[in-house]
Design a protein around this ligand. Structure first.
Ligand code: PAF
Length: 316
């Protein structure tokens, strides 16, 4: 039986519902959540209106779930900036192309809710598909600028899907501050551009990448790595840091890039890109030595898993 929740759960109440008709968590058992949560826009806004009446500021951390310490650090950052924090979990079909891992993407809403409770997040927004893409939904935001190149070469659908869902979520929550991880650096710049272009009135804040001891950036997709792949994966950060150091030491961008590309081709199964770009716009850099702040970014594949990472590169 599917029990749909149409209002905000009172604090610490035990509410059972499922998403059988929302297609967000196919086959999920009944969920018992003990943290205030909302699944509809009206429930979400009721809770937030209460905070606004108390003149409290609101921070927002949008996620696709499968939460790790990187996400929880974003929640902490939002808590440091705002009186109340909302985190959303929505696996957004519009940012996956056919054949990508939408179906396989880990859905761990019970564990995620426990982690958010421990992180003292104030409200979890778990929109059903209908709350985001109601019947007849016909809008897609088309991004250029920082969305061009890099990720868009292999995932041309991706940033339009991200921009559409993020615009929708930001409009539903209307936070003062929204926090996005630097691990998805191109996404961060795309969302800043989106917020600026559409006057969304939200301050977009960047959270630093959280890493494993060997440098591997935390990502929900790391769960796909086999043990031998996991052993190799940390090397991506080593290569990027060396790329940034070579630029800082005065090597030409092309020489440093070729060294980094060779290292990636030796260490990984495929290289989608490894590039140095302008840190603020992701525009290509003029040839020669680095003259302004840059970002080095890469996407590689280990088996069936695609990993991305990036780091800052400063001129000497
Ligand atoms: O970075 C993510 O987890 C997603 O792209 C986001 C921003 C939650 C949009 O679905």
């Amino acid at each position: 039986m599917a029990i749909r929740l149409d209002r905000v759960a009172p604090l610490a109440s035990l509410i059972a519902y499922d998403y059988a008709d929302g297609r967000q968590f196919p086959g999920a058992p009944m969920l018992n959540l003990q943290i205030p949560h909302a699944t509809t826009v009206s429930a979400l806004r009721t809770r937030i209106r209460g905070w606004r009446e108390e003149r409290l500021s609101v921070g927002f951390v949008p996620t696709m779930g499968a939460l790790h310490k990187g996400h929880l650090a974003l929640v902490q950052l939002a808590k440091a900036q705002c009186d109340r924090v909302v985190a959303s979990i929505f696996v957004n079909p519009a940012q996956f192309a056919p054949g990508e891992d939408f179906e396989a993407y880990p859905r761990t809403v019970i564990e995620d809710s426990q982690k958010l409770t421990e992180a003292r997040c104030d409200l979890i927004y778990l929109p059903t598909n209908e709350a985001i893409y109601p019947d007849g939904f016909a809008t897609s935001i088309s991004m250029t600028g920082p969305a061009e190149g890099l990720e868009s070469v292999t995932r041309p659908h991706f940033f339009n899907g991200v921009a559409t869902v993020v615009a929708k979520l930001l409009n539903q929550v209307r936070p003062d501050v929204a926090v996005f991880g630097e691990k998805d650096y191109q996404q961060l710049l795309v969302i800043r551009q989106l917020a600026r272009d559409l006057d969304l009135g939200v301050n977009i804040i960047a959270g630093e990448t959280v890493r494993e001891a060997d440098g591997l950036a935390l990502s929900s997709r790391n769960a796909y790595l086999t043990p031998p792949e996991r052993q190799k994966a940390g090397h991506l950060n080593v290569i990027l840091k060396q790329f940034a150091a070579d630029l800082q030491a005065g090597q030409s961008i092309e020489t440093a890039r070729l060294t980094a590309l060779n290292a990636c081709q030796t260490g990984f199964d495929e290289v989608d890109y490894i590039e140095a770009r302008c840190a603020d716009t992701l525009a290509p850099l003029p040839p020669g030595r680095l003259r302004a702040s840059a970002r080095v970014l890469a996407a590689i594949r280990l088996g069936t898993t695609r990993l991305i990472d990036n780091c800052a590169a400063l001129p000497s």
